[in-house]
Every structure is written in structure tokens, then in C-alpha cells.
Design a protein around this ligand. Structure first.
Ligand SMILES: [Zn+2]
Ligand SMILES: [Zn+2]
Length: 306
């Protein structure tokens, strides 16, 4: 039987090459490196994008029908899947290394970035699951559902953060690990609870990343960590909202933050006003037996005449 691996790997690599040269998100993220504004949040986006590219390439070229007995045997995984995952990891590591260099420069620290080794256990774990399945049909999602490749790469970003924070710690700094929960359409209680700022070294759970988790894990050395590009201020692992800035030291706010505070105050007043009006309408309905609409008109008129 002919070995399908070399040709398969070549096709996968070709598809990845095409994506790497045409992908707009990657271009944007690489520009941020050149501009010196890239952060670990960008590294995380880079991981998400590369993971997606790997999965698309797998999905495009690997089908049950091309595999011997319809199975992804260990030797095919080793010859095709592993080098592809390693390639993704290498691209990501280069990005993370440059982000870390930018951070070290910004903090005036002359450290060379620590580059963690690839997590071979994760690769072996996937190869094992592929190998053990009776049919590729049962496990194809490990490769073509991007959640798995993204998880592999986003976890590698975490390794970068933790190992570089560790170097800081061992050099006498007091790094803090920040975990940011982005929320979005798939709310996750687990991650929402983990979001926060923690003194390094902290519980390993803080770095845990389940499948489909896109939380950002980063570290800071100073009081605030500032995203150099967007100037978002993070505290306790989340973007500070206007309501949080209101309790911060007002004299230290940037003009943009001050505007946010103003907006926050007016939103707060607006909310209070609505609550008060709702209460007055309820009282008017109870007192006079009027329907909601009538009660609402009376309350509005009374308010305007005051
Ligand atoms: Zn989660
Ligand atoms: Zn998460």
C-alpha cells in the first residue's frame, strides 16, 4: 500500500501557505508587531486565527475515504498532523516572542524572552485519540473543528505568559497574572468567576483554558496594565468601565476616560430616573385604578409641571 502521508502533508502545507499570504487578520496583527503596539491579546488573536487556518486545511484535505481502512493510524498522524501542529506552534511562538520583547523594552527590562517548548503531551493526546477511533468519521472534529487547534495554540500563549512572568518573579519583580473574561454570546460562569488579577505565583487553575475558551491571560509588573494600542485600562482582569473609573482617582484620568466617566454618570442618572418613574406609575395605578398608559401620562405631566 502506498503511503499517503507525504502528499497529504504537502497539500496541507500549500493551503496553509496560501492563507498565510492572504489572511487580512494576520496581516493586521503582524503590522502591530512592526508598529510596536502588539500585546498578548493580539498574540491570543493570532493563535485563534492560526488555529482556524490549520483546521481549515485539515478539513479541506483529510476525509475518511482517503485514509487506509478509513482510519487515522498513528503513523499517519505522526507524519501529517504532528508537523502541521508544530508549524502552527512555531508561527505562534515567533509572534509571542516578539510581543514579549516589546513588553520587556517598554518596561526597560533587558531580558531576552523565554520561549517555552512545545507541549508534546497535547499533540500526543490528539494523535492517540485519532489512532484509537474505529473510523476517522468519529474523530474528524479534533482536526476540523477549529476549537481544538485553537485550544492547543492559545494554551501555548498562556505558557509564554506564565514562563515570562516566572522569570520576572525570579528576578525580584512582583508580576501579577491577569485573566480577562470577554463574555460575548456564549457566557461561561467558570471563566467569569476566574477573571481577575492574581499575585504570581498563583493557583494553576488561573491558567486553565477549556475548549472554546478565549479568555486572555497576561501579566503586568506595574500597577495598571495598559494595552498600548487601544489604551484600555485593565483592573481586576477586565476592561474598566465608566462605572469603575468613577471610583478611580479622578485626577489621573486621561481625557478619554474622563469622558467615559461623564457618560457613566449620565447613564446612572438615566437609570435612576427610569426606576423612579416606574415606581410613580405603579403607585398611580394602584391608587386610582388607571391603566398603565393613563398612569404614565399623568406621571409625565405632573413631572413636567414641577
Ligand atoms: Zn469558560
Ligand atoms: Zn474562558
Amino acid at each position: 500500500m502506498t503511503d499517503i502521508s507525504p502528499e497529504l502533508l504537502e497539500k496541507i502545507n500549500q493551503t496553509i501557505d496560501e492563507e498565510l499570504t492572504s489572511n487580512k487578520i494576520l496581516k493586521d496583527l503582524l503590522r502591530k508587531i512592526r508598529d510596536g503596539t502588539a500585546t498578548y491579546e493580539d498574540a491570543d488573536r493570532f493563535a485563534v486565527e492560526i488555529g482556524d487556518i490549520l483546521s481549515k486545511a485539515f478539513g479541506k484535505h483529510i476525509t475518511t475515504s482517503i485514509l487506509p481502512d478509513g482510519r487515522m493510524y498513528w503513523n499517519i498522524g505522526k507524519a501529517v498532523i504532528e508537523p502541521t501542529m508544530l508549524r502552527g506552534n512555531e508561527l505562534l511562538a515567533e509572534y509571542c516572542k516578539r510581543v514579549q520583547s516589546l513588553m520587556n523594552q517598554a518596561e526597560g527590562i533587558g531580558f531576552e524572552p523565554v520561549v517555552p517548548g512545545v507541549n508534546q503531551n497535547r499533540i500526543d493526546g490528539i494523535l492517540n485519540r485519532l489512532d484509537h477511533a474505529e473510523s476517522y468519521d468519529d474523530v474528524h472534529f479534533l482536526l476540523d473543528d477549529s476549537a481544538y487547534m485553537q485550544n492547543f495554540l492559545e494554551s501555548a500563549v498562556n505558557d509564554f505568559v506564565v514562563q515570562n512572568a516566572d522569570l520576572m518573579y525570579n528576578s525580584g519583580f512582583n508580576p501579577k497574572i491577569i485573566r480577562i473574561y470577554h463574555g460575548g454570546k456564549n457566557h461561561c460562569d467558570y471563566c467569569a468567576n476566574l477573571a481577575g488579577t492574581y499575585d504570581y505565583p498563583c493557583n494553576r487553575e488561573i491558567y486553565v483554558r477549556h475548549r472554546d475558551c478565549h479568555c486572555t491571560v497576561m501579566y503586568k509588573v506595574g500597577e495598571f496594565s495598559q494595552d498600548a494600542h487601544t489604551k484600555n485600562i485593565y483592573q481586576d482582569g477586565r476592561r474598566m468601565k465608566a462605572i469603575d473609573l468613577m471610583s478611580a482617582d479622578q485626577s489621573k484620568l486621561t481625557p478619554k476616560q474622563a469622558r467615559l466617566v461623564e457618560k457613566g454618570i449620565s447613564q446612572e442618572q438615566n437609570r435612576e430616573f427610569k426606576q423612579t418613574k416606574a415606581r410613580l406609575i405603579r403607585e398611580e395605578m394602584e391608587r386610582t385604578g388607571a391603566n398603565h398608559r393613563t398612569a404614565s401620562i399623568r406621571v409625565t405631566l405632573r413631572n413636567n409641571n414641577r
